[in-house]
Design a binder for this molecule. Sequence first.
Ligand SMILES: NC(=O)c1ccc[n+]([C@@H]2O[C@H](COP(=O)([O-])OP(=O)(O)OC[C@H]3O[C@@H](n4cnc5c(N)ncnc54)[C@H](OP(=O)(O)O)[C@@H]3O)[C@@H](O)[C@H]2O)c1
Length: 289
Amino acid sequence: MKISGKTRVCGIIGDPVEHSLSPVMHNAAFEELNLDFVYVAFRVRREELGEAIIGARSLNLHGLNVTMPHKNAAMKYLDEIDSTARSIGAVNTILNKEGRLIGYNTDGIGALKALKENGITPKGKKLLLLGAGGAGKAIAFHAAQEAEELVILNRTPQKAKKLAEALRKESNKKINGNAFSIEIMKKELRDADILVNATSVGMHPDVNQSLVSPSLLKPDLCVMDIIYNPLETKLAKDAKAVGAKVVPGIEMLAYQGAASFKIWTNHPAPVKVMKQTALNKLSESGVYY
Ligand SMILES: NC(=O)c1ccc[n+]([C@@H]2O[C@H](COP(=O)([O-])OP(=O)(O)OC[C@H]3O[C@@H](n4cnc5c(N)ncnc54)[C@H](OP(=O)(O)O)[C@@H]3O)[C@@H](O)[C@H]2O)c1
């Protein structure tokens, strides 16, 4: 990688951020397409977010990814927010367009693309989504436009209900939010086609946890767990064991990254390279998120 005075700088802001997979993924993609870009990680403390974003404009950084805990708070420092990110209420990507900072959210796009690229089309199907946190909201927004029925279950039921209510206003699909309970899960899974786990249950180091009892899983279910550390979660293993189709979280990671890459460079991203680089980095072990 050659850095010159013309090299465009992209990066990720978050806290913590040192274990992010995005720098290796994006730098591999820039190199693959021979683009004069570089991507670095910036640890930004919560109380310094405003200064960091204003500074990014002053330093003429070209693009940023935004991760925990800044996805919501970053919005108020931007000049423009695209309508999808505004509906979701969070940004994970910022483009510096001639000094104007524009916010986007590519999490839901990445999740839906990961499903489709793995042969799973939500159109006409019932999608059961576990989680109404940052990623859950983004996935729900896109799933509500495509699936025939969307059910969102969340530990804090008010969040799932509020999200479902907001989505119902913009969609004519059947959308409901509810609490987690064995009974509700059992009922909703009976006729579900796609199950997406967008909670952090099962993430490293709690790798033996899953919100779904293996007895509720069935061979004709498609399961995507958006957690990518571990690469194969307990839910994914249980789903595979009953013969269900499984999409790992690394797929969503690569496709949400690919969508950010396109926003910054205007080039279709080399997704295969991005995925493989992230996989290699994860396989080296350690805690990544
Ligand atoms: N593959 C990807 O590209 C990608 C992208 C983004 C995130 N992720 C992963 O997705 C996961 C969620 O990320 P996020 O940004 O949405 O986090 P978040 O905003 O903090 O949301 C966490 C979600 O998990 C639920 N939850 C946490 N602990 C729980 C428990 N013990 N029992 C039941 N539910 C629990 C929360 O429920 P409450 O609302 O009740 O707290 C909430 O729905 C993380 O593991 C993250 O690494 C993956």
